[in-house]
Design a binder for this molecule. Structure first.
Ligand code: NAI
Length: 463
């Protein structure tokens, strides 16, 4: 089957960039991205491509090129489903906050709504592609809903997890390490797989397109995130030991990373990983393992999360201890709020938890982040429900200039590894601060020796 019309439900961090790249690389395919969130769609349609709702290097240029040509953003979900031969589901799958599996399992209510809507609207056969990260065997549930509530048309379900990393989404999409497509082993399943392979082969070498059965594909995404997060927790665990023993975690990481069996990537010690995926996907994996009675498997992976929580808390504790065991009414400047550089996404960012701890200690937080708004920061803190919105509002000041954020502060905490932080006039910053002027480098990006020679009391993670 030759695909000429694609619909993607969910115009978020995955749906938006993924579809923009498909539209750019496949000018013969009409791609419509739909979302229930009217503001989000309006933002994607903003006449100035710089104002699209997701910041990713290179994305606004691709949107500018393809939008209105063969890339469309709309709130008319039914129409887009009706017209498309292939429908990607790219909606959010957060951790459940209620009922059975609360705090662990993936909340599949958005997925189910999509499946019911597709079933209701579809009048012709469709290929439904799971782009969201889903628990293994979700395709079975989607198939059951489609077959039992549909109009008698045929559906093929494919699993096509997305491996892009925020901050490098465009490069990752243009040059993926691999594309993974899982489908039924029946002839119809194989035909659907081939239709999706044809889409990707417009720009991806077929040797890098891996096809598997649906269950392997679904589980591979959870496994990939678990392995990646595990590397961070492993190096972070060593960072604490380094601090006690005089070893330097950067040196240890370099030494082990030169072993080709280990490799150098994902070995950077930090204040802890964030982002919408790692924690939720591991919790989901733990929940699935437990639901099969595999308690050792569940405990093994849960430790990755426990270590990450410990690392965030350890960072805030260190700030309090170093500032003579009290930060009450002291101004602590946060450089960075996003969960990593080159994104405006703040979900599960370490900054939120460190700020929450310090506000509990009655600190005043002043924040500068090049891409995150004050409203977003306050919404993140309010979501924790640790105190009233008014109290959060009083505790946090947001600046659009880093020098102003740091002025009259007692300490600076680096929470995101934005490149611009390395280029600051640190002498100027030092002069504007209370003394002793402390820097807590939660991302190990600054030159400690240089800062110490200016007069800062510098501490990083793992040395
Ligand atoms: P997101 O929250 O940025 O976007 C999801 C969008 O879906 C929202 O705009 C929401 O309004 C919309 N939506 C929800 N239900 C809908 C419905 N019934 N009809 C129409 N629109 C609906 O989420 P994000 O980050 O794009 O993640 C989507 C999925 O991709 C998740 O399963 C996630 O685990 C997975 N993923 C995310 C990655 C990331 O880096 N953010 C990377 C790889 C996978």
């Amino acid at each position: 089957m030759k695909i000429t019309k694609i619909c993607c439900i969910g115009a978020g961090y995955v749906g938006g960039p993924t579809m923009a790249v498909i539209a750019q690389k496949c000018p013969d395919i009409q791609v419509t991205v739909v979302d229930l969130n009217e503001q989000r769609i309006a933002d994607w349609n903003d006449p100035n491509p710089e104002n699209i709702p997701i910041y990713e290097p290179g994305l606004s240029q691709i949107v500018a090129e393809a939008r209105g040509r063969n890339l469309f953003f709309s709130t008319d979900v039914d129409k887009a489903i009706d017209e498309a031969q292939m429908i990607f589901i790219s909606v959010n799958t957060p951790t459940k906050t209620y009922g059975k599996g609360k705090g662990m399992a993936a909340d599949l209510k958005y997925i189910e709504l999509c499946a019911r809507q597709i079933a209701r609207v579809a009048k012709q056969n469709k290929i439904v592609v799971e782009k969201s990260t889903l628990p293994v065997r979700t395709a079975e549930a989607i198939k059951s809903i489609l077959d039992n509530t549909g109009n008698g048309v045929q559906f093929q379900i494919l699993s096509n997890p997305e491996f892009l990393a925020e901050g490098t989404a465009v490069t990752d999409l243009l040059n993926p390490d691999r594309i993974l497509i899982g489908g039924d082993t029946t002839p119809e399943g194989q035909e659907a797989i081939n239709a999706l392979v044809d889409v990707y082969s417009n720009w991806v070498d077929v040797e890098n397109i891996l096809t598997t059965n649906v269950w392997s594909s679904e589980l591979s995404k959870l496994t990939a995130n678990a392995f990646l997060a595990q590397r961070i927790s492993s190096i972070n665990a060593m960072s604490e030991l380094c601090e006690k023993t005089g070893a330097d975690v950067n040196e240890v990481a370099k030494a082990i990373g030169m072993d080709s069996r280990i490799g150098p990537k994902f070995l950077k010690a930090s204040v802890g990983f964030g982002g919408s995926c790692f924690q939720k996907d591991i919790l989901n994996l733990v929940y699935i393992a437990k639901s099969y009675g595999l308690n050792e498997v569940a405990d093994y992976w849960e430790q990755v999360i426990i270590m990450n929580d410990h690392q965030k808390r350890r960072f805030s504790n260190k700030i309090v201890q170093t500032l003579y065991n009290t930060v009450a009414d002291k101004k602590i400047a946060f450089l960075g709020w996003a969960f990593k550089k080159d994104t405006n996404d703040t979900r599960e960012s370490a900054a939120i938890y460190v700020a929450d701890d310090l506000i509990n200690e009655q600190a005043k937080i002043s924040v500068y982040d090049p891409k995150v708004s004050r409203n977003k920061m306050l919404a993140d803190l309010n979501y924790l429900e640790s105190r009233s919105e008014e109290e959060n509002g009083n505790a946090v000041n947001v600046f659009d200039n880093a020098y102003e954020a740091c002025e009259n502060s007692h300490a600076i905490a680096i929470l995101t590894e934005w490149d611009e932080f390395k280029t600051y006039d640190w002498k100027k910053v030092y002069e504007s601060m209370h003394k002793p002027a402390f820097i807590f480098d939660g991302r190990n990006i600054l030159n400690g020796k240089e800062l110490e020679s200016i007069g800062f009391v510098y501490s990083n993670i793992g040395s």
